[in-house]
Design a protein around this ligand. Sequence first.
Ligand code: CMC
Length: 430
Amino acid sequence: MSEEVAKLVLDGKTFELPVVTGTEGEKAIDITQLRAKTGYITLDSGYKNTGSTKSAITFLDGEKGILRYRGYPIEQLAENANFLEVAYLLIYGKLPNKQEFEAFNKSITNHTLVQEDIKHFLEAYPSKAHPMGVLAAAVSTLATFYPESQEENRTTEAINLTIHRLIAKMITLVAWTKKNKMRMPLMYPNNKFGYVENFLYMMFALPTEEYTPNPVVVKALHKLLILHADHEQNCSASTVRIVGSSHASLYASISAGISALWGPLHGGANQAVIEMLEAIKNDGGDVKKWVDKAKDKNDPFRLMGFGHRVYKNFDPRAKIIKKACDDVLAQLGINDPILDIAKQLEEVALNDPYFVERKLYPNVDFYSGIIYRAIGIPTEMFTVMFALGRLPGWIAQWKEMRENNEPIGRPRQIYVGETERDFVPMDKRS
Ligand code: CMC
């Protein structure tokens, strides 16, 4: 515990608040006792200055463009690790050795099948249903198939089983969501494949044809999923933690995280980026016109895939994805005009004072959609792909919150509504 304190002067009285320092030197003023001692609360809309927890999972430094999972730089993980290895790292805090990985991989592989009844749920959705809505519902539904997941005081073994089930079934649910939307036959998991290959198989194979996953696509997908795997206390992770803090089941908490991710300011941006690039292309490709639109305060349009709450210099994930995007398209022999538009847009925006002054840079979502498109993933499924990647991070956040015995999340507010007034009968109201 540091000796450092912050002094707060209120109504002529000085209060001392402890300063907490993280392992990377980040500092926080601990206000746990603030209300009890002073009667005041803090006000921080959007939690821009509020640390909601101490966490040992992910470190990021937005000024320096650093992102590390459990201490390992994202660049090294994206280059060298596979997705399940990173999932293990995030959830259990260490890179698995060979034996640990094999046991984890085996357990995940063994649980990929989902109950047949789930198919009835899927069939009930109209084909226009957005896959994120279907996925959130399907994951929440898992809690009803495994009611024991809601019990209190579960053993470590039982919690691990729930975690492994969820990771395993997620690929099946995602792939079935896509196939069902297209009203195509669902493919059952083929457990001769690894996690990513099995996912691609269920997404793209047809019962009438042999399917061999393309190694270029497999590699690209591992990388994309790793880059999305965690991002500390963002909107969806905070949602997972806050829902889980009521001791709701893991499935219910993750389902809430999926819903939070859906919005275009968060994970939904990857779909919005491609739709924006398409719109620019169809509008004649005048990139400057769209940059001007984004700058116009009377126009609600924003450059999707630009800006970030935390990164103020560059998003390290975007750097890796931009390069991967070039590589994957070249290796697959795809020439996507959207990529040219994206590059032009980036160039114009990065040299425009509006974006420079506000430190707005391409984020993880700016180029990811171009890779998903090249792989053959429908645009409406992009945010679902983000959810698939983010799953281990959400699980790690949920697990850490429960293991730390964190209290139920319940912020305060400053009430600014009417003060007390008397009820007026309807016939006397103006
Ligand atoms: N286009 C145009 N102007 C922008 C943009 C943008 N994409 N992003 C921010 N600004 C402006 C904003 O209007 C404001 O200007 P001013 O100071 O004149 O009022 C200033 O920059 C600061 O923006 P903010 O909305 O206060 O910043 P924030 O930290 O609350 O929001 C953000 C961060 C990501 C929601 C926002 O940058 C945004 O809406 N970006 C587009 C959506 C997007 O790409 N989201 C994906 C984020 S990365 C994936 C993830 O992890 O979720």
